[in-house]
Design a protein around this ligand. Structure first.
Ligand code: C2E
Ligand code: MG
Ligand code: MG
Ligand code: MG
Length: 292
């Protein structure tokens, strides 16, 4: 009876909702299997200095390829994990894996490296979140200053004070805090003023347009000015070509991350990437122009 799909129709379940429910149940069931069988993995995407391309850090991004469903995007399964609470064990697993990987990279000489880890609002709202992070640091031996937690603005909606309290504790312990996807969602200057962050990550929505639309470029310039007034470092996400890099360089953005430098890579490809990038970097046209 909902076949016509008419807009004025009053019905509880449209075929599409039904399909969504079925897909969702399947997704949740496959996720449970994935948790039990260690089917998740981590990829790492480099973050480089805009000025000279030096590798300053990596962002850990969780990956899941299911035997039945194939590769599933974190944009799909993370929200499901948050709803079911599975994000708690998964988030801890990600944090520990990323810290171990950071230690391995530090041992190759990248001592100043920052490993960025996405943290869900559900994790942050755990009463012992701070202790958990500090315990992982202790277990893995990673110095706190080499860890950066990425949070999103949505987390703040419920309990800004509690969030600020926990983040301040972590900050005091030496952990870096970044505000992810800045410019999307509920961004407001209040969050920017109150959250004890070091770094702001400009959402890739801005970067898409930075070379094409003067308004976008002006907006990015304004955000960079505000960030600089607050002494925040800025990372541009989703930089896909040299023109975007150049534009961001001219605007004074500190770091860039995106497919132009590298897609997120599995751990066993990091060594080759680092060696290759260090060879390629001095030849980048960008550096000819602006010097190193
Ligand atoms: P995010 O934290 O904003 O991560 C950046 C996303 O942009 C990643 O998508 C990355 O692969 C993608 N990306 C990077 N460079 C480019 C580019 O040049 N062009 C384009 N088009 N995309 C680019 P991914 O890995 O699919 O992750 C999506 C989101 O899922 C992440 O957004 C993050 O919010 C969430 N996520 C991923 N891993 C975790 C995790 O371990 N824990 C939590 N809580 N969330 C995670
Ligand atoms: Mg992130
Ligand atoms: Mg982001
Ligand atoms: Mg994002």
């Amino acid at each position: 009876w909902s076949k016509d799909g008419g807009r004025g129709r009053v019905s509880m379940f449209t075929p599409e909702m039904n399909r969504n429910v079925v897909e969702r149940v399947r997704l949740l069931s496959r996720m449970r299997t994935a948790m039990e069988s260690n089917a998740f993995s981590l990829h790492y995407q480099p973050q480089v200095a805009t000025r000279n391309g030096a590798i300053l850090g990596f962002e850990a991004l969780v990956r899941w390829t299911d035997r039945e469903l194939g590769p599933v995007s974190p944009a799909r399964f993370i929200p499901a994990c948050e709803e079911t609470g599975m994000i708690i064990p998964l988030g801890l697993w990600v944090l520990e894996g990323a810290c171990r990987q950071a230690m391995a990279l530090i041992e190759t000489g990248m001592t100043g490296l920052k490993m960025s880890v996405n943290v869900s609002v559900v994790q942050l709202s755990q009463h012992d979140f701070v202790r958990q992070v500090l315990e992982v640091l202790e277990r893995t031996g990673l110095p706190p200053a080499n860890l950066q937690l990425e949070i999103t603005e949505s987390l703040v909606i419920g309990s800004l004070d509690t969030a600020v309290g926990k983040l301040t504790e972590l900050r005091k312990a030496g952990v870096q805090i970044a505000l992810d996807d800045f410019g999307t969602g509920y961004s407001s200057l209040t969050y920017l003023r109150r959250l004890p962050i070091h770094t702001l990550k400009l959402d890739r929505g801005f970067i898409d347009e930075v070379t094409e639309k003067p308004e976008a470029r002006n907006l990015v310039a304004s955000i960079l000015r505000i960030a600089s007034d607050l002494s925040h470092t800025v990372v541009a996400e989703g930089v896909e070509d040299l023109a975007q890099w150049e534009a961001l360089s001219r605007l004074g953005c500190d770091l860039i991350q995106g497919y132009f430098v590298s897609r997120p890579l599995p751990a066993d490809q990091l060594g080759a990437f680092i060696a290759g990038w260090e060879k390629r970097r001095p030849a980048l046209p960008l550096l000819d122009e602006h010097g190193t």
